[in-house]
Design a protein around this ligand. Structure first.
Ligand SMILES: NC(=O)c1ccc[n+]([C@@H]2O[C@H](COP(=O)([O-])OP(=O)(O)OC[C@H]3O[C@@H](n4cnc5c(N)ncnc54)[C@H](O)[C@@H]3O)[C@@H](O)[C@H]2O)c1
Length: 406
């Protein structure tokens, strides 16, 4: 297949591009390199030394003889350029990673809120609009998030996208419908993913666009089979307070001898998936495309759930670190359960890598190996969700605000 990977220079997009190229697909990465610019804005860098996209693709060609093509395009701003590229190249499938993906970054200031909404919603809409305009029947696979469901506990397992409901009519009968599970975003970033869902629902219904939306958990792990092949193919690893996911921050804090900082009680439960499983799920989604006229196909792309304080204990025990509890900069439930249906990918053959199996390698092969590159001042997560929360949290990068250490 000819596959366009939008956002293919990013954390999940790069190993996905390698994985699919390895399988013989013709891969075109479309990316505006905004993620690299955001590193510059924040004054941070990937823990792992990461080469330019041109250099990465050169090494891939040198190692495998396969070519990955790179096109510098801003999906949110260059609508005509995107439309022309799609029209000239007519890919069979499009994988859409190209959005601003950090909740804390999206909540930093009014400018960051505007940027995230403009970038994410326009990128998705430009793409859908162009597909219809040029009559391109490509299968669109989008990376959404488990965060669209919200993290409130209702005591029932979260279904894969759709909730069967009964609606009572005026005549007293009950009409059955599958509706999108009620959106409950917890940040501006998550809100854009909820808006994406509605755009997909409309374009699938109105224009028959074939869409798969993958509601993904937090992706952990650094290496895949292909990124291991050469040191310059290494994936990015974000550890800073805005882009570093909770697990990445724990790994880095343990590696530099800093207490693992848990926000609030640490009772927040989150869904996780290893990067190798993430790229495999995308491959499975490509092989199981919906038909024209079908409703949007939704998968929950996660393999396990963990409570944040349990994760902290796990990493602390593995690496001999301490755990510290801090005020939470987010506005969220202090504690939540999370039970998720994910049978669809398991039935298609996904055999998950568990945290228990893979975490030690992350501690040793990644966090400890590259710890010399860490700027410890950039690890704390300080973007506050509201002005009131900001006022109660005193920023102290050296850790004086650590409330209790266990
Ligand atoms: N990383 C995770 O844990 C995770 C979890 C759930 C969902 N997701 C979703 O998966 C996708 C990829 O995540 P990631 O961690 O690889 O993010 P990332 O920030 O590393 O990669 C995103 C890529 O998209 C590019 N991009 C952003 N806006 C663009 C635009 N307007 N035009 C062209 N390119 C643009 C960036 O330059 C970057 O290379 C995101 O949509 C994210 O919401 C990620």
């Amino acid at each position: 297949m000819k596959i366009a990977v939008l956002g293919g220079d990013g954390f999940v997009g790069w190993p996905t591009s390698l994985h699919l190229s390895d399988q013989g697909h013709e891969i075109h990465i479309l990316d505006n390199l905004s993620r690299r610019w955001i590193d510059t804005e924040l004054g941070v860098q990937s823990l792992t030394p990461m080469d330019s996209i041109q250099e990465r693709t050169r090494i891939w060609h040198q190692e495998t003889g396969r070519r990955i093509h790179f096109h510098l395009i801003d999906l949110a701003r260059d609508y005509e350029v995107l439309k022309r590229w799609l029209s000239d190249n007519r890919p069979d499938a499009i994988i859409h990673f190209a959005e601003q993906r950090a909740a804390p970054y999206s909540m930093k200031s009014d400018r960051h809120k505007n940027y995230t909404v403009n970038n994410n919603v326009n990128a998705t809409h430009n793409l859908l609009n162009a597909l219809v305009e040029i009559d391109l029947d490509a299968h669109l696979v989008h990376l959404g998030t488990m965060g669209v469901y919200g993290y409130s506990t209702v005591g029932a397992a979260i279904p894969e996208g759709y909730l069967p409901v009964g609606i009572e009519t005026i005549g007293g009968e009950t009409v059955k419908q599958d509706i999108l599970y009620p959106a409950n975003p917890g940040s501006i970033y998550h809100m854009t993913k909820c808006l994406d869902q509605l755009l997909f629902q409309f374009y699938a219904k109105n224009d028959g666009v074939r869409i798969t939306d993958l509601h993904q958990g937090i992706v952990w792990g650094t290496h895949t089979e292909q990124t291991r092949r050469h040191v310059q193919l290494i994936n990015r690893f974000d550890y800073d307070g805005d882009y570093g996911t909770v697990l990445n921050r724990f790994l880095i804090q343990a590696a530099i001898g800093y207490p693992l900082t848990v926000h609030g009680t640490g009772g927040q439960t989150r869904a996780f998936i290893h990067i190798q499983d993430s790229v495999r799920c995308i491959e499975l989604a490509l092989k199981n495309a919906p038909k024209r006229g079908d409703k949007v196909k939704i998968f929950n792309q996660m393999t396990e759930t963990h409570r944040v304080r349990d994760l902290a204990e796990l990493v602390a025990n593995m690496a001999g670190a301490q755990v510290a509890y801090l005020p939470n900069p987010r506005k969220e439930a202090a504690e939540n359960d999370l039970v998720v249906h994910n049978e669809q990918f398991l039935e298609l053959g996904l055999d998950p890598i568990t945290l228990e199996q893979g975490l030690l390698a992350e501690v040793v092969d990644v966090a400890k190996k590259y710890a010399y590159r860490v700027d410890r001042n950039r690890v704390p997560a300080i973007s506050a969700w509201t002005k009131d929360i900001a006022a109660t949290i005193e920023h102290d990068p050296e850790g004086k605000r650590l409330k209790s250490v266990s």
